[in-house]
Design a protein around this ligand. Structure first.
Ligand code: SF4
Length: 477
């Protein structure tokens, strides 16, 4: 979100891939209902782990009969298990600064909002926030910045380096992702050099007219094309794990789903890699902001958009955040979510300076779920999920295009499950409450029973022993 360097040089693939004439037509489905045979064909393609086209995704969006919606839900659950097993990767957000030169109508940090407390964490503040996060057991963070000249790529890179250097006890942060404004190539190269994981940029809405309404043209964020092209420039600057997203509730949710799918297809066509993650935050109340609720997405449609995205982009990680309340998160997790945040506080300084209640004049929006990491871990374990803090792929260079090569045949059993179990074991030994430890040890035994007796299982069991008995840490395949 920094304004730097050659601000106008777009990527080699830059073009507006959102065909505003085409998308409404696709959604209208030419006024006809979806026949079951057509729906079966589309679902079969997803179950074969082939990314869907816009037309095929539109079939899922148009399939409205209760029976058809249930079949989409069942398929999404199954595909989640097939590609991601029962793993859920955990992270926490860390807001660094909320100065912003933009004036997005839905955001508490918008420049014209005088009711919010402005702050940028000092390096000492950052260290104390990260120490608190490490003492909770976190290993993966996403840093969030407003868009302001003070948040230059070099400043963001320095924050990243500071965070990797913080170690308390067995604690360390092993992956730092960034949610920041689009940069130019030089900017991305600077943050990449600091060792970031994923660079996330949300288009917020792919509907141009709406985009113009909520992002004033006299602000940097008012430049639709600069933002739409943001992650392509990141990929060209070797930030090959990128994340995209839309803010659901600004415009028709079906349109935004097609926008996200079109974005993924565009990246795949030009860089042979899709987005590493897709996020689907819903509009939330924000301090000093009156929201236009014309397109608010209800829970039933929210479930449908998650299941539809799961089927449309089989290999893209899907992030469900603590914007949503615990009960809904628990239900939607099964539809294809692969990553969640937990124990999250989004107030500036929120991990050491605020109590149980949210302090809304220090937040960008209100959270729906502020349970502790340990509470969320226990619920995941009880529901049969394997919570994971794995960071192996990114640290072994299995990123972007390379990741895809691995992510296909049998990768889960060989890498993901063992790595999830070792990071879970670390959490149980170093941070878990008694109850969570008991639930976790039980799950580890159950997962080991499911694994074939081979060399990899023997290596895994040895690593679990070394974590428990020799105090070894950070053992990954
Ligand atoms: S959404 Fe981001 S860019 Fe827009 S006002 Fe809020 S912090 Fe600034």
């Amino acid at each position: 979100m920094a304004i730097i360097g050659n601000e106008n040089k777009l990527s080699e693939s830059a073009r507006d891939f959102i065909d505003e004439a085409d998308l409404p037509g696709l959604l209208a489905g030419n006024g006809s209902t979806v026949d079951d045979a057509r729906l079966d064909d589309v679902i079969a393609k997803s179950m074969a782990k082939d990314p869907l086209s816009l037309e095929e995704t539109a079939v899922l969006l148009a399939a409205d009969s209760p029976g058809q919606v249930d079949r989409i839900y069942d398929a999404a659950r199954q595909l989640k298990r097939d590609v991601y097993g029962n793993r859920i990767v955990l992270f926490a957000p860390l807001y660094i600064g909320n100065d912003c030169t933009n004036d997005c109508t839905y955001c508490a940090f918008r420049r014209s909002n005088k009711e919010v407390i402005r702050r940028t964490l000092s390096m000492d503040d950052i260290r104390s926030q990260v120490e608190a996060l490490e003492n909770h057991g976190h290993k993966r963070l996403i840093l969030v910045f407003g868009e302001h000249p003070r948040y230059t790529p070099d400043y963001i890179a320095e924050c990243v380096r500071q965070i990797y250097a913080v170690r308390v006890g067995q604690g360390e942060i092993r992956r730092v992702n960034i949610n920041a404004a689009p940069m130019d190539h030089a900017g991305y190269a600077a943050v990449k050099a600091a060792g970031i994981g994923t660079y996330q940029i949300f288009q917020e809405t792919y509907h141009r007219e709406t985009y113009g309404k909520v992002h004033p043209s006299n602000t940097r964020k008012g430049d639709y094309m600069w933002r739409l092209d943001g992650v392509a420039r990141a990929i060209e600057a070797d930030c090959d794990d990128v994340g995209i997203g839309a803010l659901f509730g600004l415009y028709d949710w079906r349109y935004e789903v097609l926008g996200l799918v079109a974005h993924g297809l565009h990246l795949y066509k030009h860089y042979n890699v899709g987005p590493h993650t897709i996020s689907f935050p819903r509009l939330r109340p924000a301090h000093g902001v009156s929201l236009d609720e014309s397109y608010m997405v209800d829970d039933e449609n929210f479930k449908r958009l998650v299941a539809t995205l799961r089927l449309a982009v089989p290999y893209t990680g899907m992030i469900l955040t603590a914007r949503e309340p615990p009960e809904l998160r628990r239900e939607i997790m099964a539809f294809g979510v692969s990553q969640i945040d937990a124990g999250s506080r989004i107030e500036l300084g929120g991990y050491t300076e605020v109590g149980d209640a949210q302090v809304v004049d220090r937040e960008q929006f209100e959270l729906g779920d502020i349970r502790s990491l340990d509470e969320v871990m226990r619920e995941l374990l009880v529901d049969g999920y394997t919570p994971s803090f794995c960071t192996a792929c990114y640290r072994l260079g299995r990123t972007g295009e390379n990741f895809m090569e691995f992510a296909i045949p049998g990768f889960i059993q060989q890498m993901c499950t063992p790595n999830a179990l070792t990071t879970l074991c670390e959490y149980l030994v170093d941070y878990a409450s008694e109850e969570t430890r008991a639930a976790g040890e039980k799950l580890i035994e159950e997962e080991l029973d499911k694994l074939p007796d081979n060399k990899r299982k023997a290596e895994l069991m040895d690593r679990l022993r070394r974590i428990r008995e020799n105090d070894e840490r950070d053992l990954y395949f």
